[in-house]
Design a protein around this ligand. Structure first.
Ligand SMILES: [Zn+2]
Length: 368
């Protein structure tokens, strides 16, 4: 079974960059052996993971232990530096703890959480994550309540036990190196979509397109379990906001404040759509050109969107359609015909269909 295995030896390196990883793969490596304390950059790690190239940490002796890169969903852990408990009380950590508490208050005041629901985290180091405790209302949080965990969920510092839903956050950090903060909450209007298996339609309100855009929906699993945490893995690279079926939502961003903003943007959007649906008038959509402009702006801001990648668009749609009763309110074709970056809303497609049908009818009539 190992006869096709080709290993590249990087034991003399302190750092493995994306370039090193690319060179090794170009040379046909199926595994890379590194020294125990070697740092592998997130982009190199990502690149290797996508090509199923494993990292092997060489121990003190000569034998190497195979450690597949970032395939936590298969039950193994990637090579990471040991968690540093000192990151818990740095000036940066103290500031982040205050930001987490302020964000918790916002979530509670906006009725995005109830009881002890919801949780907030921040990745303060490569293997260190600050997070909210279990069984504390987000309104009542104080900086002393915050704990520090490693990327496997082991608590390293803090007096209160960490949230049981930390694994959801950790899967996002493992899958998306750009994610610095994760916010999970249960805002009622977005959750209304999540319990019906529907995702909100697109190209209606500009702010939503730019900051959130196409929302994915992950299948239901029991909260707090590893299975639940892993449901978001297929979506989080190209969606900063995911509806969790029969549960709530999860958002990631570069800061705690921004992750909470995305929750606000999604919730207000869902609320507005539900209000509009009661007015008895059809919703008007943003035009194709204006939609393209919004996506251009989004690209410049460095925000993720599945519509930037037409090859992944189809994959995402299929995943969405697997959900029971899932209805994408605007059909989302992989738009290869118009050269647009993904779908601009179903109305254009409907319009095209109507035109085709009308043409066919007119042809049939004139042939008589
Ligand atoms: Zn929850």
């Amino acid at each position: 079974m190992n006869k096709d295995k080709k290993s590249t030896d990087f034991r003399d390196r302190k750092l493995v960059s994306l370039r090193d990883a690319q060179e090794a793969v170009a040379a046909g490596a199926t595994s890379i052996v590194i020294a125990e304390k070697c740092v592998v950059t997130p982009s190199a790690r990502d690149f290797l993971q996508q090509r199923n190239v494993s990292l092997e940490a060489a121990g003190n002796g000569t034998s190497a232990i195979a450690v597949p890169v970032a395939v936590a969903h298969e039950g193994s852990s990637p090579v990471r530096p040991a968690a540093n408990p000192r990151l818990f009380s740095t000036p940066e950590a103290e500031e982040i703890k205050k930001e987490i508490c302020a964000t918790g208050k916002k979530l509670w005041l906006r009725q995005f959480v109830d009881g002890n629901g919801g949780n907030i985290s921040y990745r303060i180091g490569p293997n260190e994550v600050l997070c909210t405790p279990t069984l504390v209302s987000k309104y009542d949080l104080t900086p002393e309540d915050i704990s520090l965990v490693d990327l496997e969920g082991n608590q390293i510092a803090g007096t209160k036990p960490r949230t049981s839903e930390i694994f959801l956050h950790l899967e996002i950090y493992k899958s998306v190196p750009e994610a610095k903060s994760v916010v999970h909450c249960h805002p009622p209007h977005a959750t209304a979509y999540a319990i019906t298996g529907k995702v909100p339609p697109n190209m209606i309100i500009p702010e939503f397109e730019v900051f959130v855009g196409k929302v994915a929906i992950s299948p239901y699993k029991t909260p707090g379990t590893a299975e639940f945490a892993q449901t978001v893995i297929p979506y989080v690279r190209q969606h900063n906001t995911v509806l969790l079926a029969n549960h709530g939502i999860v958002c990631w961003a570069d800061t705690v404040t921004h992750a909470e903003w995305y929750a606000e943007v999604l919730e207000t959007y869902c609320w507005t759509l539900l209000l509009a649906s009661q007015l008895g008038q059809p919703i008007s959509y943003i035009s194709e050109q204006q939609g393209s402009d919004l996506l251009e702006l989004k690209k410049k801001l460095g925000l993720p969107d599945i519509r930037f990648d037409t090859s992944r668009m189809k994959e995402c749609q299929l995943a969405d359609l697997e959900m029971p009763n899932s209805i994408a309110l605007t059909p989302t074709p992989c738009d290869g015909n118009t050269g647009r970056a993904g779908n601009m809303g179903g109305d254009a497609e409907v319009e095209m269909l109507v035109r085709q049908v009308t043409d066919a009818v007119m042809q049939a009539i004139s042939a008589k």
